[in-house]
Design a protein around this ligand. Structure first.
Ligand SMILES: [Zn+2]
Length: 387
């Protein structure tokens, strides 16, 4: 008896013949700009994506949003009969690039790479998902699972309008596969991500002449400097905690004691259990100088994605699939957060970084490596076919 090809080999063979179509679709996606803050633009892009899923027979649900882009939920069951469980595939429609970026940074191909705003983070991921489903169909492989593709619209600005819906869907799922970019030229998956917080500290003092009556003023910049010194003490790199003042502003002219100052602060942490303590410390900031007032806005936002045993098992599955096509897949941890942080915190096994190989997210050199597209789509198809 001949040993038949394993599904992932069949998927890859099929997908390699579609590399050009994958790049064409990526081009169409990139040419429809979708900045997080531009509802009309994100909605227009969402319609193109939804149309592609409709062509594949998916059941589409548009989750309408008044201010942000609408989110898209595409459900597909390839097998006959009642599905045994659900897999959620997660990604986002929005990019960090303001409208008009394409004029300076057009979609283009060079040296085996496809460049353009949002190629890597993460319109290529959206392309992979569509072709993974095609490959499963073409191979005549019909898993008895419900696949829910959830495309969020405000990931790049904290997922404030989409978090609850993502969590609801994740709770119904056996696993979550996240199509965010991988790490490095080998496309390592992300099995650990730091948790993220963001606060704004607003200081109000009292203005006075810096030469004539400084004692009648309350220096908001001095107060802010003292607060930042206090925040710096919260850093604990060995525990994976970093606190960085990233933006500061204050004062008006050089001979006036400033009445206003503000800072933005970025917080990252590794362990779920550190979140309450960090949040308490941030919310508990009190003025140091007499007469100064401070207001703290924001707090801890995304919990960390911890590499639990279930996350490890999911990664090993991906690794053994890639071994079948001769690729040594590896894993890595990152300080950046994604929607995978939310789903992992619910205890749902989450595997992140399944997007196309590339580099330069959020920068003028953003690109994906074209020949990675069939391989990464095959990996996704392999996971969907075997989980
Ligand atoms: Zn992203």
């Amino acid at each position: 008896m001949n040993r038949s090809r394993t599904p992932i080999q069949a998927f890859l063979r099929q997908l390699k013949t579609q590399q050009t179509e994958m790049v064409e679709l990526l081009g169409r996606f990139v040419k429809c700009e979708s900045p997080s803050h531009d509802k009309a633009a994100v909605d227009a892009f969402g319609r193109i994506v939804a149309e592609e899923w409709k062509k594949r027979g998916a059941k589409i649900q548009i989750i309408r949003q008044p201010k942000r882009g609408n989110q898209i939920r595409a459900e597909i069951c390839l097998g006959q009969g009642r599905p045994r469980g659900q897999i959620m595939i997660l990604g986002h429609l929005d990019t960090v690039y303001p409208a008009g970026t394409l004029a300076k940074m057009p979609f283009r191909m060079a040296h085996g790479r496809a460049y353009g705003p949002g190629t890597f983070d993460m319109k290529a991921g959206l392309v992979l998902a569509l072709f993974a489903v095609d490959a499963i169909r073409a191979a005549g492989h019909y898993p008895q699972k419900r696949f829910v593709f959830y495309w969020n619209s405000d990931e790049e600005i904290g997922s404030l309008t989409s978090r609850a819906a993502i969590e609801r869907e994740a709770r119904r799922s056996d696993a979550v596969l996240v199509l965010e970019p991988p790490i490095g030229s080998q496309g390592r998956l992300k099995t650990a991500r730091k948790g993220v917080g963001a606060v704004e500290i607003i200081v109000t003092g009292r203005a006075a002449h810096a030469g004539i009556n400084p004692e009648q003023g309350v220096n908001a910049v001095h107060e802010l400097a003292l607060q930042i010194a206090r925040l710096m003490k919260m850093n604990d790199p060995r525990r994976g905690i970093t606190v960085q003042a990233t933006v500061v502003a204050g004062g008006t002219v050089s001979n006036v004691v400033p009445a206003q100052a503000r800072a933005e602060v970025d917080i990252r942490y590794t362990r779920v259990s550190d979140a309450p303590r960090l949040d308490r410390a941030l919310q508990g900031l009190r003025p140091i100088l007499k007469g100064a007032q401070i207001e703290v806005r924001g707090g801890i936002n995304r919990p960390p994605l911890e590499r639990t045993a279930a996350v490890g098992t999911l990664f090993e599955k991906a690794q053994s699939l890639m071994r079948e096509i001769g690729v040594n897949l590896r894993e890595a941890s990152t300080g950046g957060g994604s929607d995978g942080n939310f789903t992992a915190a619910l205890g749902v096994p989450t595997l992140d970084g399944l997007g196309a190989v590339g580099d330069g997210a959020h920068s003028p050199g953003e690109h994906v490596v074209i020949r990675s597209l069939p391989e990464r789509a095959a990996l996704l198809a392999g996971l969907l076919g075997t989980l």
